[in-house]
Design a protein around this ligand. Structure first.
Ligand SMILES: [Zn+2]
Length: 392
């Protein structure tokens, strides 16, 4: 399975944009432009999450309001990746105090290369120093970035306008079917949902599905919590199913290169059994066997947040190497075990993920009818054999 014409360009456009928790504007700008060109309606909710599939709050509500049997799929992917914010200049233009947001490696941090951006034209390279880990030594709390003057155009933006993350040989690169990048989680989910929407809107007159491109997932689902608090996603009579797209650390039976993973649950919960039954049948029918299923309990994802608010949800994970830039599998450009490393995925898994989402959007899901055929299969089996019960 491979990406189609134009999709590789979209992927590289997304991967080359800077992002960090609460600083997703550059990624969002790419999505808005490409969704606009593809005729996919979209708008921003009051906290800056990007909603696609409806052009306004009223259209979103109208989609979910009427009673009906067919569920509306709502795809969710987050636009941020762990990174830092500038706090203050210790030496203007040269030494930047930073605070880290989200997961991070904890080894060999001193001297690790980083990028710094203001999202508006200032791009600089630097290295980490004076790193302080969080209390449990699970990640980075604060550090200082020594900004190299190379590539800086004379001015130094206010420290609080700056953000950044780990830097490698390039924002992304390819080797065979492997795609390496400074930030795959969850730009790959963002790409996957966006590419699937473009396919769906290219092929049908009035598709009925929604997507939420969320903010600040890495610090605890902050953008999606804000969206849930609006009350829109749980309101209305029509059934709905959230499909959460994530890049997740590979696990046994969730291996890089063997296809997208239908995620049966996460660290907090198991996902909706009826929706999982539907999603499994869609995968069986459309992915030529190149998909995996497992309960990925290495972390929690936004599907559990939605389930906690009464919205049925499932998840799809693209198996990820060097999760949160931690040297787990290591490989190219890795600074070592648990040290800063590029994340990587297999492009075949990404292409499978796009196909999976496209097919989920196009395959009607009627929760009330999902088990009818299965019950009929059980009944027929019973009919054939029940006579034997009496002879025990
Ligand atoms: Zn993450």
């Amino acid at each position: 399975m491979t990406l189609r014409e134009g999709e590789t360009e979209l992927l590289t456009a997304i991967l080359s944009r800077p992002t960090a928790p609460f600083r997703e504007a550059r990624v969002k700008a790419v999505l808005k432009a490409v969704l606009g060109r593809g005729g996919v309606p979209h708008f921003e909710d009051p906290v800056g999450n990007l909603v696609a599939g409806a052009e306004s709050r009223a259209a979103y509500a109208a989609l979910l309001a009427p009673a009906g049997r067919e569920a509306v799929p709502i795809f969710v992917a987050h636009m941020d990746h762990p990174g830092f914010h500038g706090v203050r200049w210790r030496v203007r233009g040269a030494r930047l105090q930073i605070r880290w947001f989200g997961g991070a490696p904890t080894a060999r941090l001193a001297g690790a290369p980083v990028w710094v951006s203001d999202g508006a034209g200032y791009e600089a390279a630097g290295t980490l120093s004076k790193v302080r880990l969080t209390r449990a030594d699970r990640g980075i709390d604060t550090a200082e970035v020594r900004v190299s003057r190379r590539g800086v155009s004379g001015r130094s933006p206010a420290a609080r306008a700056l953000y950044g993350g780990f830097r490698f040989r390039a924002p992304f690169w390819r080797r065979g079917t492997r795609l390496y990048a400074r930030a795959i989680d969850d730009l790959i989910g963002t790409f996957t949902v966006c590419a699937a929407l473009l396919r769906v809107w290219a092929g049908r007159k009035k598709p009925r599905c929604l997507a939420l491109f969320s903010r600040a997932e890495e610090t605890g689902f902050i953008g999606t919590i804000a969206h849930v608090k609006l009350g829109w996603i749980a309101k209305g009579k029509r059934p709905r199913v959230v499909v959460n797209l994530e890049a997740s650390r590979q696990l046994p039976n969730a291996r890089i290169g063997r296809g997208p993973v239908l995620r049966l649950g996460d660290r907090l919960s198991v996902f909706d059994p009826t929706a999982l039954f539907w999603a499994t049948s869609v995968a069986q029918a459309n992915l030529d066997g190149a998909y995996q299923r497992r309960l990925m309990d290495g972390g929690a994802c936004e599907a559990s947040l939605l389930i906690a608010h009464g919205v049925p949800a499932v998840g799809i994970a693209i198996p990820l190497g060097n999760y949160h830039n931690m040297g787990i599998e290591r490989g190219a450009d890795s600074r070592g075990a648990n040290a800063p490393s590029p994340e990587f995925v297999d492009l075949r898994d990404v292409a499978g993920g796009v196909r999976f989402c496209e097919c989920l959007a196009k395959t009607p899901f009627r929760p009330d009818a999902a088990w009818v055929e299965q019950r009929e299969a059980y009944r027929q089996r019973f009919e054939r054999q029940h006579g034997l019960l009496g002879r025990g």
